[in-house]
Design a protein around this ligand. Structure first.
Ligand code: C2E
Ligand code: CA
Ligand code: CA
Ligand code: CA
Length: 279
């Protein structure tokens, strides 16, 4: 028979492995982080291959822990997703990014757009379109300055609701991109079906492109595909001039990576724009 008592509970806790306990602690700390405003956004420039000017910036989430250390998203997004906290966090990121981009329009970052990473769970919610509209309206941001970074898996087996959501986003006037392109599913049928504006080539392909002919071929194919479908293509994780030169020769429209700038705060982003020019 099933017994539920204090002792069983203690037994459960003490036998929880260290990993599960650490996850549980992290989830609670993350819950508190929201309330204490420990989350913030950095922004990484996206530059025009042809003239080096900044066209947009990707919002990247950071968490300043109470001990002062800054935590990168790979360390806490999976837990935010598993616990559902990503819904609250994702809504906050959308609003914060729209607000920031609205502020940019009055200075050297005029006409620079913002792109926001969307998690699968967030995108799957019925109220997603509503959230995007609210974020735009509250910030007073023109929709064409917002880009949502989706992933291939969100578009693979679309339900009617997903189709409608995408149509709704497009009619709002926001831009849609596919993040980490090339790492997901092999079927490309969804590219025809959906009005995706931009493909972002995953960093893993860029990292080895100069030495690995297979990575170079994948990149070549993605860029050719994007161009023939009339979409923009962005390379992420560009670190060396050699990579940039190869990508430029292949016709890649935009670059993002440490060669240009790491993710930085809004003040440094404005400085970057002053130095290099913006949109
Ligand atoms: P991502 O969307 O692929 O973002 C690009 C990642 O590559 C960022 O890591 C960025 O700092 C890093 N990066 C950019 N240029 C270079 C480079 O030249 N070299 C190298 N080695 N790395 C580069 P970050 O900021 O740690 O973010 C990791 C991932 O966390 C993101 O990958 C994204 O999937 C997720 N993420 C970040 N912010 C959010 C958010 O607000 N919401 C959601 N759902 N996910 C987010
Ligand atoms: Ca991204
Ligand atoms: Ca990416
Ligand atoms: Ca990624």
């Amino acid at each position: 028979a099933k017994r539920a008592g204090r002792n069983d509970y203690h037994f459960y806790i003490s036998s929880m492995d260290a990993g599960a306990q650490a996850e549980f602690d992290l989830e609670n700390a993350l819950r508190a982080a929201l309330a204490r405003s420990e989350l913030f956004l950095d922004f990484q420039p996206r530059v025009d291959t042809s003239d080096g000017r900044m066209l947009g910036a990707e919002a990247l989430l950071r968490w300043r822990r109470t001990d002062g250390t800054v935590c990168r998203p790979d360390a806490f997004i999976p837990i935010a997703e598993a616990s559902g906290l990503i819904l609250v966090i994702g809504a906050w990121v959308l609003k914060e990014a729209c607000q920031a981009c609205r502020d940019w329009q009055d200075g050297p970052l005029r006409d620079v757009g913002v792109s926001v990473n969307i998690s699968q769970l967030q995108f799957g919610r019925e109220n997603f379109l509503q959230l995007v509209m609210e974020a735009l309206r509250e910030a007073g941001l023109p929709p064409h300055l917002l880009e949502l970074e989706l992933t291939e898996s969100m578009l693979m087996e679309p339900t009617d609701a997903v189709r409608q959501r995408i149509a709704g986003l497009k009619s709002l006037g926001v831009n849609l991109s596919i993040d980490d392109f090339g790492t997901g599913y092999s079927s490309l049928a969804y590219l025809r079906r959906f009005a995706i504006d931009t493909l972002k080539i995953d960093r893993s392909f860029i990292a080895d492109m100069a030495d690995d002919p297979e990575d170079a071929s994948v990149i070549h194919a993605i860029i050719a595909l994007a161009i023939s479908l009339g979409k923009r293509v962005v390379a992420e994780g560009v670190e060396t001039q050699r990579q940039a030169d190869l990508l430029a020769a292949l016709g890649c429209h935009e670059m993002q990576g440490h060669l240009y700038s790491p993710p930085v705060d809004a003040a440094r982003l404005a400085e970057f724009a002053r130095r290099r020019g913006a949109a």
